[in-house]
Design a protein around this ligand. Structure first.
Ligand SMILES: NC(=O)c1ccc[n+]([C@@H]2O[C@H](COP(=O)([O-])OP(=O)(O)OC[C@H]3O[C@@H](n4cnc5c(N)ncnc54)[C@H](O)[C@@H]3O)[C@@H](O)[C@H]2O)c1
Length: 347
């Protein structure tokens, strides 16, 4: 891989390799863009097959955070960090401290947070050596309720576009995944009068939704082809793929899962099919909105107000998509890029 060519093509600022012989730390921090503010993005700990795989992952994730933070209206740029190795084997206090010192050495250009295999306890440990962390238990805490609230607001914006009102009482909504976000989303939707179809590989979670939210259960592989108004993917990524894309009978796809499109082309394919796709990184930005509030001294009310504005972001993306005759996926990127370009011009 020609790293400098890759960095230049997508305009990355910095890629930092961090090594420590005593603790065995091998980490990479990537700062994609700090136009809007310090690069904010979580720390992933993963046993990559190769160093190249780790580099590609951190590059891709850091750039994704630039778009996510920009589209969410946050004054943060995009960055990410990865520690290479099996979390069960490599993770310990000393190693996290060395990683934290590397973060600290960047003087606030990069702010770290939780991601896959890094917990609030790990972030607290890193916080012992650097202030450049967010996502502490005693501050913003678990982001899932705010993420779910943001997804609910995004769904309302999509419903307003497709049905011309905000009424969910006659809507059938299929929710995939009843985890921390999916279940909380179901609670909002149920309260608003929607009829729910749910699925999860954990039967206990399904039973709970059936009992408490009057939801109807379907098997995991039946959820895609269900006749419904909205499909809300809240489990894993890449659920819009070659096997599923022709099954959908919904008018809207809007959910919390990251990287829902197995390939970017599905954004255009859904548009051709007349299905309104709400880009994942916009509708699920409640989590990053929530942690970002810590930098100002955490206030849940403020986080809720900002997450509610996901309604406006989704509305704007739909407007751009219609005006420019482009998919909502491209429209979301354009909205984020326009914000960064405006800020660059003003500097
Ligand atoms: N938690 C947040 O604040 C947040 C923020 C942004 C994005 N997301 C994304 O939203 C999604 C859900 O996050 P979460 O925090 O609720 O995770 P979670 O682990 O609490 O829930 C995921 C649920 O999906 C279920 N699941 C897994 N495979 C499934 C399958 N094949 N079919 C049906 N259900 C399946 C799991 O059993 C689990 O109940 C993830 O993609 C996550 O990356 C979460």
């Amino acid at each position: 891989m020609k790293i400098f060519d890759y960095l230049k093509e997508r305009d990355y600022e910095q890629l930092i390799f961090c090594q420590d012989r005593d603790t065995g730390l091998k980490a990479i921090i990537c700062i994609h863009d700090t136009t809007l503010g310090p690069a904010l993005g979580g720390l992933r700990i993963w046993d990559y097959e190769s160093e190249e795989e780790a580099i590609v992952d951190v590059l891709r994730l850091a750039r994704g955070m630039t778009y996510k933070n920009a589209a969410a209206g946050l004054d943060f740029g995009g960055g990410k960090a990865v520690i290479l190795g099996d979390p069960a084997k490599v993770k310990n206090k000393e190693l996290l401290h060395v990683f934290g010192k590397y973060v600290d050495s960047l003087g606030g250009r990069y702010i770290t947070a939780e991601d896959m295999n890094s917990t609030t306890e790990d972030i607290a440990c890193i916080n012992e050596v650097t202030d450049f962390v967010v996502g502490l238990k005693e501050k913003s805490g678990n982001p899932s309720p705010i993420t779910a609230f943001g997804v609910y607001k995004g769904i309302l914006a999509a419903v307003n576009e497709v049905y011309g009102n905000l009424d969910l009482t006659d809507k059938v909504i299929a929710v995939q995944g009843l985890g921390m976000v999916g279940y909380a989303l179901c609670e909002y939707l149920h309260k608003a009068g929607a009829q729910l179809y749910v699925t999860d590989i954990d039967e206990k979670k399904v039973t709970r939704a059936v009992k408490t939210l009057n939801a109807s259960a379907v098997a995991p592989n039946e959820i895609y082809g269900l006749a419904c108004d909205i499909f809300a993917p809240c489990a894993m990524g890449a659920v819009i793929n070659a096997d599923t894309v022709d099954l959908f009978q919904c008018k809207i796809i809007a959910g919390s899962a990251n990287n829902q499109l197995a390939d970017e082309k599905y954004g255009e394919i859904l548009m051709e099919k007349g299905i309104l796709y709400i880009p994942d990184y916009v509708i699920n930005s409640g989590g990053v909105i929530n942690v970002s509030e810590e930098m100002k001294g955490y206030n849940k009310e403020n986080a809720m107000v900002r997450a509610a504005a996901i309604y406006d972001s989704v509305t704007k993306i739909i407007e751009i998509s219609k005006k420019d005759q482009i998919s909502t996926r491209i429209a979301a990127d354009r909205m984020a890029e326009a914000r960064i370009a405006l800020e660059k011009k003003a500097k």
